[in-house]
Design a protein around this ligand. Structure first.
Ligand SMILES: N[C@@H](CCC(=O)N[C@@H](CS)C(=O)NCC(=O)O)C(=O)O
Length: 227
């Protein structure tokens, strides 16, 4: 199997953190270069989504969505279980994934509409970005409530699930690439984040320095007003 990725970018990090947690060694990792003009056409050849991560399976099937990749790998490598042992546990994990997926979508809109890194590619709108910034924090607030109910130490309860990997990827990318911190007053989320960030799977990647010059400081350009 081959995993095509930008090894520092948000959605590929979901899979990178998962692979490290799971201890999978037999996937060939192919890192693309975000600064290489040829990368976009390489992605376009991989899948209709034209994005990474993209997993090419042994029979040549290409899976072009991070959550589908994680669920596929769970089927191939069921141990340790990172989805949930019962239908109810699996529903709980998927519920968390839906919340953080929506948070990630809103973070994406916030960045695409306000960060200078997208200024030449997309129409900018501080109004749209501001709505998205608040919606991002609304999803984090919801996650905070869900964590309290699950009782920890992980998002869905006693075991690490794909929801932890996906959430870590978003919070880490928001903080380290765009300068968006995890609000400390979402106490359960902040405690979970501090603890999961210390795991070897969550070690910070190296970001392309020329990009950081454009991305860091997003909240200074367009702050969230309802945090
Ligand atoms: N829904 C997709 C989103 C993947 C995605 O947007 N990946 C970004 C990197 S983090 C990408 O490849 N962007 C390339 C582009 O938009 O041109 C998934 O879950 O995998």
């Amino acid at each position: 199997m081959k995993l095509y990725e930008l090894d520092w970018a948000l959605y590929p990090r979901r899979v990178g953190i998962y692979i490290a947690e799971k201890g999978i060694n037999d996937i060939e990792r192919i890192a693309l270069d975000a600064l290489d003009p040829a990368t976009a056409s390489k992605m376009a050849h991989l899948s209709p989504q034209c994005t990474v991560p993209a997993l090419e399976t042994e029979d040549g099937t290409v899976i072009g969505s991070s959550v589908a990749i994680l669920e596929y790998l769970e089927e191939l490598f069921p141990s340790p279980d990172m989805l949930g042992a019962t239908p109810e546990d699996r529903a709980r994990t998927r519920e968390l994934v839906a919340v953080i997926d929506e948070a990630t979508n809103q973070l994406g809109i916030w960045c695409h509409k306000a960060s200078p890194i997208f200024a030449e590619r997309e129409e900018q709108s501080l109004e749209a970005a501001g709505f998205a910034a608040n919606a991002y924090h609304g999803q984090l607030r919801l996650l905070d409530t869900m964590i309290k109910r699950a009782g920890g130490p992980f998002l869905a309860g006693p075991q690490v699930t794909i929801a932890d990997c996906i959430t870590m990827a978003t919070l880490q990318f928001a903080e380290e690439f765009y300068g968006v911190p995890v609000p400390e007053h979402y106490a359960a989320l902040a405690v979970w984040h501090a603890s999961f960030a210390a795991r070897p799977s969550a070690r910070s990647p190296t970001y392309p320095t020329p990009l950081l010059a454009l991305t860091l400081g997003l909240p200074l350009i367009c702050p969230a007003t309802r945090v």
